[in-house]
Design a protein around this ligand. Sequence first.
Ligand code: CP
Length: 325
Amino acid sequence: MYNPQLTSDGQLRHLLSVEGLPKKILSQILDTAESFVGVAEREVKKVPLLRGKTVCNIFFENSTRTRTTFEIAAKRLSADVLNLNVNTSSQAKGETILDTVDNLIAMHADIFVVRHKQSGAAHLIAQHVAPHIHVINAGDGRHAHPTQGLLDVFTIRRYKPEMHNLRVAIVGDVLHSRVARSEIHALTTLGVPEVRVIAPKTLLPEHVEKLGVQVFHNMKAGLKDVDVVMMLRLQNERMNGAMLPSAQEYFKTYGLTQEKLDYAKPDAIVMHPGPMNRGVEIDSAVADGNQSVILPQVTYGIAVRMAVMAILAGNSASSIAGNGS
Ligand code: CP
């Protein structure tokens, strides 16, 4: 079956969603990321793998972590980086997204990193560009955020290498979360045997169990003996009308406090993709506590994004071992 993310010989051409990517490609990204973790510890934090290439960040939606870590990742690969400020670009005068892309291609852009509030925006660009140009989805609507899903799984693998023996709980607004979708696909494809979602019914998609997860509405039962607790932000900007009584009520039932975290295994790690709503989905004491790996997630995001761009440009873990690392 045709997969727009892969070339005819099964190599990664675009990264648009984790869904539909084989385990082999996900493992290739994680293994390649592993080889980039050490670059940050060098005096000169650079490898020459994308020298001469131009990476364009086009973010139509706000971002702190994704945009900056893509920029750092591209610079560490020695690429030239162009950050299009959409608010001051000709988009504001009515130019279409594809006309904007065509103009950047005329400037010899090689890789587009795209965030958009509409699901499918990155797919649209991927269908439009020539075969030598690559598109990475940096979050589209509530559909997918593949590099976030991959960096989360990479972080889990670093702290809990026995992936085939893990119990992971994803807690909160699964319904509106592109991150949750990408995480669930990544975890199940990589063979994590037990993925749970914990949320009120109003914040779960219909038939969510078809994604291969176990459904819980109660934190005590859902967190029991898990190895990883992944908290999600309440996506207020994507909610139509009141789906919850109040933020305080939500925190009381689903907010992660130390008391609730103690239902999990004693060495469980706590994750959050950010941005966090402290006191809504997570207590500050837990977010900043010794089980939290929230900031390491951000750091590992650089290595994972370097890996994706390096692979798209034709470099994977095996070639990197002998080239610039
Ligand atoms: N996790 C995430 O996508 O964060 P930003 O919105 O800050 O990029």
